[in-house]
Write a protein that binds this ligand. Structure first.
Ligand SMILES: NC(=O)c1ccc[n+]([C@@H]2O[C@H](COP(=O)([O-])OP(=O)(O)OC[C@H]3O[C@@H](n4cnc5c(N)ncnc54)[C@H](O)[C@@H]3O)[C@@H](O)[C@H]2O)c1
Length: 403
């Protein structure tokens, strides 16, 4: 049998266990990894059946992760409205396929549904899967409306089912080290956080039309990172941006955004995002505190620096998210499987049920950032609901005038 550790050098699971014991889901993943590693000495682990809906760019990295976890997971259904793609994946993974989720939800062998279809489909599939009694892993963002995100977490809580959103940066081994340093107080009081998320290559226009816009697609995971590092919800948000790309401009969206977040503790966070970085995938975090600074740098294609009479030449950054987050994507799946295996009575499950309650807050922050850009002013989170209501009234009034 293939060892989980043979496929993750160095072991993601063991690394999670060693350096992040404060994360119960991560700790569980370590235990699962150890059990699989030592499979000859422990009772066989029942494989967890998975249905995967959405077989595009993100569906592919879930398949890659599943291929390295064949001792613990089994893909039962590959689902996509692109039936050719679904058939192709089904024949490669030796599973069933469909264009719809219904048959997979009726299959008792399916315990987990992974939703990696386009963003505008997430909410519907999350609700449908939870109602069918499945544990749900949904790609980010869970949804673009605060109400929908709230409804989804409420339903998961009511049914006591796991609902995890794919913020894989939380399982990135380097970002986790940075987080632990912050939590251990090694830089003293954290005063400033800088998060840079610049995509490479620019996503296809078909994706940009369904992703909910840059504030929900790119700013949202950056704000989740800020929430993770600060354990706080924003007090106020100021956003500005520009659109250089004519096709993105036609969608009424931006391709370059900067966001300034102020927290009650005094902490300030600066987020910068761009749809296209010409030098490869650019994701960096800096945390500045009263005793020092932490920096998580880009992943480069090699560690070799060439020095000649013309200067020092560094290698390029890795090209895109599948290479940048290969470890994190597998680690998030290992953690999720460990969580589901642990069951509803486990501490990890209870902790995760609390942790998922942060999702409406992250969506509120993304909505506030978008509104700040649209209104051209700072949005205080306590005023968000009245500002949204006001802007809805204005939109309705404009609509009535046009009719
Ligand atoms: N966490 C990350 O790093 C990361 C990276 C990329 C994408 N994502 C997220 O993953 C999701 C998918 O993004 P992508 O880049 O893979 O998009 P994509 O366009 O490459 O793939 C989406 C797939 O969903 C399928 N689909 C659309 N509607 C469907 C429906 N009703 N039923 C079944 N299948 C349907 C499409 O046919 C397509 O194959 C998005 O929500 C995106 O935000 C996350």
């Amino acid at each position: 049998m293939i060892s989980i550790f043979a496929t993750f050098p160095p072991s993601i699971a063991r690394a999670s266990y060693n350096c992040c014991e404060f994360m119960d889901k991560a700790k569980l993943a370590g235990e699962l990894g150890k059990a699989i590693d030592d499979v000859s000495k422990v009772a066989p682990i029942a494989k967890v059946g998975i249905a995967l809906i959405g077989l595009g760019r993100s569906g592919k990295y879930f398949i890659t992760s599943m291929r390295s976890l064949t001792t613990v997971v089994s893909l039962k259904w590959a689902i996509d409205i692109d039936t050719q793609e679904a058939q192709k994946v089904a024949s490669e993974m030796k599973c069933k396929c469909d264009a719809k989720l219904d048959a997979a939800l009726a299959d008792p062998e399916v315990r987990i549904v992974i939703i990696s279809s386009t963003t505008d489909t997430h909410f519907h599939f999350v609700m449908q899967s939870l109602r069918a009694g499945k544990a749900v892993f949904v790609e980010k963002p869970l949804a673009c409306s605060i109400e929908e995100v709230q409804q989804a977490v409420n339903l998961a809580k009511e049914l006591d089912l796991p609902l995890v959103c794919g913020y894989q940066r939380r399982t990135d081994k380097n970002f986790k080290v940075l987080k632990k340093q912050v939590d251990d107080g090694n830089i003293g009081v954290t005063k400033l956080i800088k998060v840079c998320l610049r995509d490479s290559p620019m996503p296809p226009l078909s994706f940009l039309r369904t992703c909910g816009g840059i504030f929900h697609d790119q700013v949202n995971p950056a704000l989740d990172l800020c929430q993770w590092l600060s354990n706080e919800e924003p007090e106020s948000i100021t956003a500005t941006g520009h659109c250089y790309h004519p096709e993105i401009q036609k969608m009424g969206d931006l391709d370059t955004v900067a966001v300034l977040v102020k927290y009650q503790s005094g902490l300030v966070a600066v987020v910068d995002t761009s749809r296209e970085s010409m030098y490869g995938y650019d994701e960096r975090i800096e945390a500045f505190g009263s005793r020092g600074m932490l920096t998580a740098k880009n992943h480069m294609t090699s560690t070799v620096e060439v020095a000649t009479a013309s200067g020092h030449l560094l290698p390029t950054a890795v090209w895109s998210f599948p290479e940048r987050f290969d470890q994190a994507y597998t680690a998030e799946l290992v953690e999720f499987v460990a969580l589901v295996n642990a069951g509803q009575q486990s501490d990890a499950h209870k902790l995760e049920q609390q942790k998922m309650m942060r999702h409406p807050g992250v969506t509120r922050a993304a909505v506030a950032a978008e509104l700040s850009w649209r209104l051209g002013k700072t949005v205080h989170l306590k005023e968000l609901d009245s500002l949204l209501e006001q802007s809805m009234h204005e939109r309705d009034a404009k609509k009535r005038k046009c009719e």
